[in-house]
Design a protein around this ligand. Structure first.
Ligand SMILES: [Zn+2]
Length: 751
């Protein structure tokens, strides 16, 4: 926070404001003039006080999926939409949501200790002592009762197991204790099971989000000794949503798998604990001292094991079906009603969830109130606007995935975009999404003022990116008109829309000032009291988020021509293509260098014989791959995108109305461009994920893998798959280029 305020203070006085640009991408001059008037009216409406009052109410009781508080919130949100002039209903699905019946973790040897598995209430934070809190657990862990020696595996990512192997330590038949961080939590038990572990304990190390990062709650905002991160451990990189109804909406009558057939549950039992519970377990582990970068923030020396610590881990769940109540609200489109602009935020939380998700939800509600007011004053969006408040995001994007699967046909044919928010805080705008939306989102970000610096939110983000970039990357940021969007991995409700259905999507929210909200994530301390002290206390960023997202929705819904620009897509794919080529080249170099060092005896010479590690095995040097199809398809896409962006700019700058009868087929064509980037057969080994440009990583979870079919095949050294995936991506790019060419012809024929 200090750093960014300093930046702002200096730049406020030195940077002249850019001249006002009256054009809005996608709008004719007449359309833009009318749009500006409605936008000015809209921008006056969202209020920080309203956002605060919604948060007080919506975070006032625990409201996980299936709870009375969750249902009450869904009904209240629906009624708010109705009172603002929207049609709004609950759409209900029946989804598998396990809740714990038994949780037991004890140290059996060399001493005895029973883990508390309970987050203590905090005096002065009234909701922390409420009844109805869901216990601390990981959703979609299987049932199990295992006793075994304990092994500490650092963050539990594949590299950590390679290191263990070189130390001669196996986790076969062991229970592993893993710290949160570095990968999505669901990856940790997956990798542990792949290496033969029979149980997995996750804990929050104070180095990562506790007292090393800042004062613990309630003195500061970070994780206290008893704080636990709940969360899903489902195999999300394979598919999201209800494990029993893959590819179909989980309606009452849906065909369900037996639980034993569900692919996405864990293979071993998993339980999350606090550092207070972890410390006696870690302290009891003997064997080798853990490597220096494996040492955490507790006042002990971390050892790897196995043993002499031996633990029992027992978990049992009630594998119930519960209703997921999605709130779906609509304002009808006046001209192209079959084209939908969809905007969503989840309403369920792990407990009270003031930050996650209510801080994003209150922005959505303020947009909805304002859009409802505009509608009553005569504003008529060209396209249909759908606002959703999803249930069951926390277990594994249940409400959004089931709705997207249930309405897949309508969405594939008519969805213009999906705009998501989730958590919101102070700081920098997170500008992530499909690159066809880059121009739109930049124009909007340049029109909204940052509450703390008085700069535009786009300007503040640009300066932060320059400040954070490597010296060689700074000029690239300075030299571009628009900020490049970050690519989306997963972690919130955009995934089924973007990566399953191929709908251009964005995820928006503010954050990034330190120390952030990581310390209360998924705990009972994510409360209204915490948010008022350590979050966006004035709700100025709640208002700013409502402006960014609301203006984006208005432009997507009312632009004469759907406001995509394709040059940014070309730039992004070009960048990613360069990265995967570089990845292969670096694998070749690494393999050659490793083998050379083995021949020279480097590893052997560097050993300390008292703590030996085996030398790494020889590498096979990767073959050349043929990237020509990718390069050719990218060239075709570049030509098509350049033509479209310029003919559209020329036509949109011309005075005179465009005929609705000409625009409708053009817009129907444009919305199919992102769909063309999907491959119906899906990614290797995970057919549900169909986008060829963006996916969550198989071994990173939330972290994005761009050109995932190619990139992950190279990472996993599957060379023939990589070759085939180059052709798959090339075909997708050619399909997109064809769509864009057709759209260019239609623009040229517009009168
Ligand atoms: Zn969330």
């Amino acid at each position: 926070m200090k750093r960014s305020l300093f930046l702002g203070a200096v730049l406020l006085v030195t940077v002249p404001t850019a001249p006002a640009d009256e054009s809005i991408w996608g709008f004719s001059p007449e359309g833009a003039a009318a749009e500006r008037q409605w936008e000015a009216r809209f921008s006056a409406l969202p209020s920080a006080d309203s956002a605060r009052s919604y948060m007080r109410r919506l975070s006032g009781q625990p409201h996980h999926i299936g709870s009375p508080g969750g249902r009450a919130n869904a009904e209240w949100i629906r009624d708010q939409f109705r009172s603002w002039g929207w049609t709004a209903d609950l759409e209900t699905f029946q989804v598998l949501f396990p809740v714990p019946k038994l949780r037991r973790l004890e140290l059996l040897e060399p001493t005895r200790f029973v883990a508390k598995l309970q987050e203590p209430a905090i005096p002065g934070d009234p909701t922390t002592s409420q009844p109805g809190q869901i216990p601390t657990y990981n959703a979609y862990s299987i049932d199990g009762d295992v006793s075994a020696p304990l092994v500490y595996v650092n963050y539990g990512i594949p590299d950590d197991y390679e290191r263990l192997e070189r130390m001669g330590i196996s986790v076969k038949g062991a229970i592993v204790i893993v710290r949160y961080g570095q990968s999505w939590r669901g990856i940790k038990p997956k990798v542990a099971a792949e290496h033969g572990a029979i149980g997995c304990i996750l804990y929050s190390d104070p180095n990562d989000d506790g007292y090393h990062a800042g004062d613990a709650y309630p003195k500061g905002g970070m994780r206290p000794a008893g704080g636990v991160q709940r969360g899903s451990v489902m195999d999300m990189p394979v598919r999201t949503g209800d494990p029993l109804t893959p590819n179909a909406g989980a309606t009452d009558s849906a065909k369900r798998l037996d639980r034993s057939e569900a692919e996405t549950l864990t293979r071993i039992p998993v339980l999350p604990i606090s550092w207070g519970d972890a410390q006696p377990l870690l302290a009891a582990i003997g064997g080798r001292v853990a490597p220096g970068d494996w040492q955490g923030g507790l006042p002990i020396t971390y050892h790897v094991g196995p043993g002499p610590a031996r633990v029992r881990l027992a978990v049992q769940f009630d594998w119930q079906l519960v209703p997921a109540y999605d709130v779906i609200a609509r304002l009808p489109g006046a001209v192209e009603p079959e084209l939908w602009v969809v905007r969503g935020n989840h309403h369920d939380a792990w407990v009270n969830g003031a930050w996650d998700p209510v801080s994003g939800l209150v922005a959505e509600l303020e947009e909805a109130r304002a859009l409802g007011a505009l509608y009553r004053e005569g504003w008529r969006p060209r396209r249909t606007i759908v606002y959703a408040a999803w249930d069951g995001e926390e277990p594994i994007l249940l409400g959004s995935t089931e709705w997207a699967e249930q309405h897949a046909d309508e969405l594939r044919s008519g969805a213009v975009a999906y705009l998501n928010t989730d958590t919101n805080d102070r700081g920098f705008l997170d500008l992530s999404g499909s690159h066809v939306l880059e121009r739109l989102l930049n124009q909007v970000a340049a029109a909204v003022t940052d509450p703390e610096t008085g700069l535009t939110v786009q300007r503040r983000l640009r300066l932060a990116r320059i400040g954070n970039a490597a010296p060689t990357g700074r000029d690239a940021i300075r030299g571009r008109t628009d900020l490049q969007l970050d690519a989306l991995g997963s972690g919130s409700d955009f995934t089924p829309f973007l990566q399953h259905l191929g709908i251009a999507s964005a995820n928006l929210g503010y954050g990034g000032e330190q120390p952030g909200p990581g310390g209360i994530y998924h705990s009972i301390y994510d409360s209204f009291t915490w948010y008022g002290r350590f979050g966006d206390s004035t709700f100025a960023y709640g208002r700013a988020l409502a402006l960014v997202t609301g203006l984006s929705v208005m432009r997507l819904a009312s632009a004469d021509v759907v406001p995509y620009q394709f040059g940014a897509l070309v730039d992004a794919v070009d960048l990613y293509a360069g990265e995967v080529k570089q990845l292969l080249a670096s694998k070749v170099d690494e393999a050659r260098e490793r083998n050379r060092q083995l021949d020279e005896g480097v590893y052997q010479a560097m050993q300390d014989p008292r703590v030996p590690e085996t030398v790494p095995p020889r590498d096979s040097v990767p073959p050349f791959l043929n990237f020509a199809p990718l390069d050719n398809a990218l060239a075709a896409l570049r030509t098509a995108a350049g033509r479209y962006d310029s003919v559209a700019a020329v036509r949109l700058a011309r005075e005179g109305p465009m005929r609705a009868a000409d625009l409708a087929p053009l817009n129907a064509q444009l919305v199919q461009v992102e769909r063309a980037l999907t491959e119906p057969a899906g990614l290797p080994g995970r057919p549900w994920y169909q986008h060829t440009i963006y996916a969550p990583g198989l071994y990173t979870g939330y972290g994005v893998k761009t050109l995932p079919g190619i990139r992950e095949s190279i990472e996993q050294r599957q060379w023939s798959t990589a070759d085939a995936q180059i052709e798959v991506v090339a075909a997708a790019l050619r399909r997109a280029a064809d769509r864009i060419e057709t759209a260019s012809g239609m623009v040229e024929r517009l009168r």
